[in-house]
Design a protein. Structure first.
Length: 203
């Protein structure tokens, strides 16, 4: 899965650089989002994207890590979340600089203008890792199956909503968001593999 994710990202990155493939549909998709903007949807999108910003997501990560340590009395869940989020931040920065793709025109943006690189979407990548890791930690807890399933559904919905909000607000092209999801899932698969290997060695 990790290999497939890497290949998928490479294809997306090539399309973003060349402006062909899936990236060729970006301008049209952005226009469609803009055409369907409403005051209510804009407010919802801004609220969603707020929680994916670096300061907010960092604060949430620190808070949740502390709570996990206190509630579980174990370091493992805390370390998994911390490593996951640190890796997401590193991947976001490194890949943005490597690809160097510019964002949509600032006239499309609702909110503060961001002059950083666009590919992949950092909000999408980091928030997906955050939500899915929390859902995974919940899944391996002692909570009921119903709560675990609900947690998984919420994680998926929030991850999708975050990505869509970035296109809606004009901060990213659709392929930036798709790449964010791809890298996030690839990184999560790598974390899962590492945890599995460690567990087998300990066993």
């Amino acid at each position: 899965m990790t290999v497939l994710g890497t290949i998928a990202f490479a294809v997306q990155a090539d399309a973003a650089i060349e402006g062909d493939g899936l990236a060729a549909f970006d301008p049209g998709l952005t226009e469609n989002f803009i055409d369907h903007r409403t005051a209510v949807l804009s407010k919802v999108a801004q609220t969603i994207t707020f929680f994916g910003s670096v300061p907010v997501l960092t604060a949430l990560t620190v808070l949740v890590c502390a709570l996990l340590r206190i509630l579980t009395r174990r370091w493992r869940p805390t370390v998994i979340l911390a490593v996951g989020m640190a890796g997401a931040a590193g991947l976001t920065y490194g890949l943005k600089v490597l690809i160097g793709r510019h964002r949509p025109d600032s006239s499309f943006v609702i909110g503060t203008i961001d002059t950083g690189f666009s590919f992949p979407s950092g909000h999408t990548l980091s928030s997906t890792v955050f939500f899915v890791l929390l859902a995974a930690l919940l899944w391996y807890s002692d909570f009921s199956r119903r709560i675990k399933i609900a947690g998984a559904i919420v994680a998926v919905v929030l991850s999708i909503a975050m990505g869509l909000s970035r296109v809606y607000l004009g901060y990213h092209w659709a392929t930036d968001v798709l790449a964010g999801w791809t890298v996030a899932l690839t990184w999560l698969c790598l974390i899962a593999t590492a945890v599995h290997v460690i567990d087998n060695r300990q066993a």
